[in-house]
Ligand binder design. Structure first.
Ligand code: NAD
Ligand code: ISE
Length: 337
């Protein structure tokens, strides 16, 4: 069976996912695309032999579209995810699920009312081989119970004028928020944000770096360094410290070169390169699930929990205080999600 996907948003990651749906992933095709930039949508549609449509709602209701991929700007996600649920179609929504916790709750309510899971959120780190190996080590008890986690999320640069200090939380640290909830299998209870000495190469209106400190319900402490102007590459680090050992991500380089008295590894230049295999696996597993009528992966609840935790980090960033993360009760519907 071929799953025909309708794509809403043909920008950066939209085109990336379209390429993988039409080349790397098996069992999928792109039937229709749309973008508020109609010229861009038409150009992409012509390149892949799909139809360009005027609106997201047209894509969702098109009978030839089996499943919907939402890769438009964050504030538009709620409308399209709700539209897909109303049409009874599986929907993969890039992060964030929605830009407010209230909007995420509306999506939860709609999905529960529909009666079956349709929504998957694009937190691709759960599909990265390194994070999956960390999870296996933790589940097998290889290092005892986790006590602390040290993370770094370093981007070489971000687009000036577009990226803001709060996006360091909502756009960037949110990946650690999701993957650590999944790795540790528990929710966060509190957040603080520390602002070290500012980098002189960061744009003047950007707080960079920042350190996000999170505590889980059971008391595991997590520190996440966010530094989005490091220049030297896209550098993702994660070390879990357990009672009797540690487990860390290795360097992403497939080889290390030893020469002239030095050992060297290549550092990826951007997130597309670092997580390419994870995105491929994520979208392949989504397509396989759609074909079988089985939903898996980060759920709408995960999208909601990430939004609430991000909000606590934002409040901590502006107040300097330790802020409690207060989640709604998890509906039974998401007990296994
Ligand atoms: P982008 O600006 O390159 O692309 C977004 C596209 O959406 C643009 O072409 C824009 O014209 C279009 N758009 C905006 N409003 C629309 C609407 N109402 N209907 C149809 N199209 C609309 O941005 P991007 O970097 O591709 O990011 C898109 C989404 O993907 C964001 O939510 C972002 O957070 C997420 N993202 C996730 C990852 C990841 O690692 N998982 C990486 C990058 C971006
Ligand atoms: C971007 O939107 C992403 O999602 C990348 O994965 C992340 O590393 C980057 O910091 C964000 O801006």
């Amino acid at each position: 069976m071929t799953v025909n996907v309708g794509v809403i948003g043909t920008g950066n990651i939209g085109q990336d996912h379209i390429n993988r749906l039409t080349t790397a992933v098996s069992g999928s095709a792109v039937a229709a695309v749309t973008d508020i930039d109609a010229v861009r949508a038409k150009e992409v549609a012509e390149r892949i032999g799909a139809r360009a449509m005027s609106t997201g709602q047209e894509v969702i209701s098109d009978p030839a579209v089996d499943a919907v991929l939402v890769t438009s700007w964050g504030p538009t996600h709620e409308e399209y995810v709700l539209g897909a649920i109303a049409a009874g179609k599986p929907v993969f929504c890039e992060k964030p699920l929605a830009t407010t916790a209230e909007a995420c709750l509306r999506i939860l309510d709609a999905e529960i009312a529909f009666g079956r899971r349709l929504v998957q959120v694009g937190y691709m780190r759960r599909y990265d081989a390194g994070y999956r190996a960390i999870k296996q080590t933790l589940s097998a008890g290889g290092i005892g119970p986790a006590l602390m986690v040290h993370c770094a999320h370093r981007n070489p640069t971000v687009s000036v004028g577009h990226y803001s200090s709060d996006m360091a939380i909502t756009d960037t640290a949110v990946h650690e928020i999701d993957v650590l909830r999944w790795l540790l299998d528990e929710e966060f209870a509190a957040a603080r944000v520390v602002k070290p000495k500012r980098s002189s190469i960061a744009p003047t209106d950007l707080i960079d770096p920042q350190i996000v400190l999170l505590e889980t319900v059971s008391g595991v402490h997590v520190d996440v360094e966010i530094y989005v102007n490091c220049r030297f590459g896209y550098d993702i680090r994660c070390e879990v410290v357990g009672e009797t050992g540690t487990v860390s991500l290795n360097d992403a380089s497939p080889v290390s070169v030893r020469a002239a008295g030095t050992a060297a590894v290549a550092i990826p230049g951007d997130w597309q390169t670092r997580f390419r295999a994870a995105y491929d696996t994520e979208i392949q597993e989504w397509i396989d699930g759609v074909a079988l009528g089985v939903a898996s992966g980060p759920s709408a609840w995960d999208g909601y929990a990430a939004a609430v935790t991000s909000d606590a980090c934002l409040a901590a960033q502006s107040s300097g205080d330790r802020v409690t993360v207060t989640l709604a009760d998890k509906p039974d519907f998401y007990a296994t999600a």
